[in-house]
Design a protein around this ligand. Structure first.
Ligand code: NDP
Length: 225
């Protein structure tokens, strides 16, 4: 059965590929981008496009209000930033705050704003695009303070959402896409966007009620917290 998706950060990388693959299989997509110039390829793929900076409280509230009465089956909080500087000497604390704002606060903001639309939907599925780099158990190489910590925060937010929204039949799942060839992942990454997104869609399609609150990679392998 085709689903109705809301996807943030669809201008490029994994978000754009999600739109392409979902439209190719007949799902409906509202894709958000920050600049009108990024909208055209998504419209050409058959998505509806809305302009949204996920850190803008007023813009998120205004979009949720404008789409009042519409339903979404799946929300994918995909927008994210890496942050500058990997080592302790290089980090800029203002950049750490920016990473938290985009990678952790914004998914909470967007999820909360669109809960009414998700309640109208038939799947009540909330997906957070996180990263293995947010796993405390998996951190053996240090560094990347801003990115790692912001994704750890996202994991905790996602986990709390999974508990608080469970009585309403929501499933909230955290996903790691692998190391992927995007602007963020860089050209040395082993995975293409096509392979990562097709793997993630297989995982998402196979999610059951018991997977609420889980943290999976693009092959469906659970990731330690
Ligand atoms: P890209 O850098 O290629 O794309 C990031 C996307 O996020 C862009 O669409 C960008 O929009 C959007 N974005 C950034 N800030 C904002 C904002 N304030 N408001 C709205 N949109 C914003 O990254 P990827 O496609 O690689 O990453 C997508 C997600 O996957 C991220 O959450 C990332 O952390 C995660 N991830 C990626 C991995 C990888 O190897 N690539 C590995 C693990 C996780 P704009 O074009 O306007 O800047």
């Amino acid at each position: 059965m085709a689903s109705n998706w809301l996807i943030t950060g669809a201008s490029r990388g994994l978000g754009r590929e999600f739109v392409r693959q979902l439209r190719a299989r007949g799902d409906q997509v509202v894709a958000t981008v920050r600049r009108e110039q990024d909208a055209e390829p998504l419209r050409a793929a058959g998505a509806r496009v809305e302009l949204l900076d996920v850190t803008d409280d007023g813009a998120v509230a205004a979009l949720a209000q404008r789409l009042e009465g519409e339903s979404f089956d799946v929300l994918l909080n995909n927008a994210g930033v890496m942050g500058h500087g990997r080592s302790l000497d290089e980090i800029d604390l203002a950049d750490v705050s920016r990473c938290f704002e985009v990678n952790a606060v914004a998914p909470l903001r967007v999820t909360r704003a669109f809960l009414p639309h998700l309640r109208h939907g038939s799947q009540r599925l909330v997906l957070q695009m996180t990263s293995r780099m947010g796993s405390i158990a998996d951190n053996t190489s240090g560094g990347s303070y801003a990115y790692r910590a912001s994704k750890t925060a996202l994991n905790m937010l996602g986990r709390s959402l999974s508990i608080d929204l469970a009585p309403e039949g929501f499933r909230c799942v955290l996903l790691h896409p692998g190391w992927v060839q995007t602007d963020m992942g860089g050209s040395a990454a082993p995975l293409t966007v096509e392979a990562s997104v097709s793997g993630l869609l297989r995982v998402i399609d196979g999610l059951g009620p018991d997977d609420n609150g889980a943290f999976f990679d693009f092959q469906g392998e659970p990731i330690p917290w």
